[in-house]
Write a protein that binds this ligand. Structure first.
Ligand SMILES: [Zn+2]
Ligand SMILES: [Zn+2]
Length: 382
């Protein structure tokens, strides 16, 4: 496996800023995003899955995972005059949820994908998006040899557990493209473990019918410089410029977490990926006057139903608040950054089974004063 040092991948060249186009997000009218009607009137979701109501709610069967609360498929909310597209491939949490894959985003520029975070079900999420979304030719975009660049915001398990699949699933079907993965300090160790840990499978590959060589079964890593608070531009090609900003989602041994700010070259969109975390200077810089901030969100109103963070409400407020984004925090981020729209993912939208509403957190954010915010589902385009 080849590892490049940080410095080789960090670009120091002076960069010319693109003129930023302001594309309005439009809402397609293919589906009504109105849960209030859907959940009350149907026992089945849009996929017609049967539903066995759990006698007891545990962290494995939270109301957020019940099919009766999913009443829409992917939407195309992307501006029609912009060719670059944000695809929310996986909008889920660490919780077990059939209807939301783990955190995984793709930014598509000139029909080429850049992936941000790699949660559970990453390869399946490619499939789901490709067979449900017609706003962009994802079969062409996801040509196996195009699956190359991945940017990891932080090393929590829910954002990284899909990496073995990111490296090896395309290889299995004939890709000869070695991957390039950027992330915080610790990414190199993680990728090293994965590549070595799946050695038997990789060797089987070279002996099997699809491959004669190991090309495509490995990854090069670029770790973001940990000594700089706002490392700025660290990757650039013909399609995008990417900058990194340190954010705050740290606890225990997790010290380095990043937001990535992408500027697309053909159409000048600025899309920031905040990862997890709450208000921080780095997040504000990353989202400064951006078109979109892709960000997690967490309920304040219904925090008492959170299946983690402590036994009392006070403990949950303290522990969850130290790591995640409450509505009033989101408002502050929007006001200080001037970001035009927020695409909310990784929703901690807890409540009792009797009162669960898939859009409750969206409404809570809107009531707190957050504007132009969208509750994303897997496969949406923005
Ligand atoms: Zn997470
Ligand atoms: Zn996290």
């Amino acid at each position: 496996m080849r590892f490049n040092s940080n410095k080789n991948l960090l670009l120091n060249a002076g960069l010319v800023f693109c003129l930023l186009g302001i594309g309005q997000i439009s809402i397609a009218d293919d589906y009504a995003d109105n849960l209030a009607e859907g959940a009350k009137t149907t026992e089945r979701n849009y996929m017609n899955d049967p539903f066995v109501r759990p006698a007891k709610v545990t962290s494995l069967v939270l109301p957020e995972t019940w099919p009766i609360f999913y009443n829409r498929g992917p939407l195309d909310r992307s501006p029609k005059d912009k060719s670059s597209k944000l695809l929310t491939m996986g909008t889920g949490l660490p919780s077990a949820n059939t209807y939301r894959f783990g955190p995984a985003m793709a930014l598509i520029v000139n029909d080429y994908p850049y992936f941000i975070d790699c949660g559970e079900g990453w390869y399946r999420a490619l499939n789901r998006s490709a067979i449900t979304q017609k706003g962009v030719d994802l079969i062409k975009v996801f040509d196996l040899n195009n699956l190359k660049y991945l940017f990891i915001t932080h090393l929590h398990e829910d954002h990284t557990v899909g990496i073995p699949s990111f490296i090896l699933s395309p290889y299995k079907y004939g890709s000869t493209t070695d991957k390039v993965i950027f992330g915080p300090v610790g990414t190199e160790d993680l990728i090293d473990c994965i590549v070595n840990g799946w050695q038997v499978d990789r060797q089987t590959g070279t002996q099997g019918p699809t491959h004669a060589t190991p090309e495509g079964s490995s990854a090069t890593v670029g770790e973001i410089d940990p000594d700089t608070e706002f490392p700025g531009p660290f990757f650039e090609d013909d399609n995008v410029k990417v900058e990194a900003f340190r954010t705050y989602h740290a606890h225990g041994s997790l010290r380095y977490t990043y937001a990535y700010r992408f500027t697309t070259k053909p159409d000048g969109r600025v899309i920031a990926f905040g990862g997890d975390g709450h208000h921080s200077k780095g997040l504000i810089e990353a989202a400064k006057n951006a078109d979109i901030l892709v960000m997690e969100g967490c309920t304040w109103k219904n925090l008492k139903y959170a299946p983690w963070g402590g036994n009392t409400l006070q403990e949950k407020e303290k522990n969850i608040g130290a790591l995640h984004m409450f509505p009033k925090d989101m408002k502050r981020v929007q006001e200080e950054s001037g970001v035009k729209a927020i695409v909310m993912v990784h929703e901690q939208n807890y409540s009792s089974p009797e009162n669960f509403n898939r859009l409750a957190l969206l409404h809570e954010m809107q009531e707190a004063g957050v504007k132009n915010i969208y509750s994303a589902m897997d496969g949406d385009l923005y």
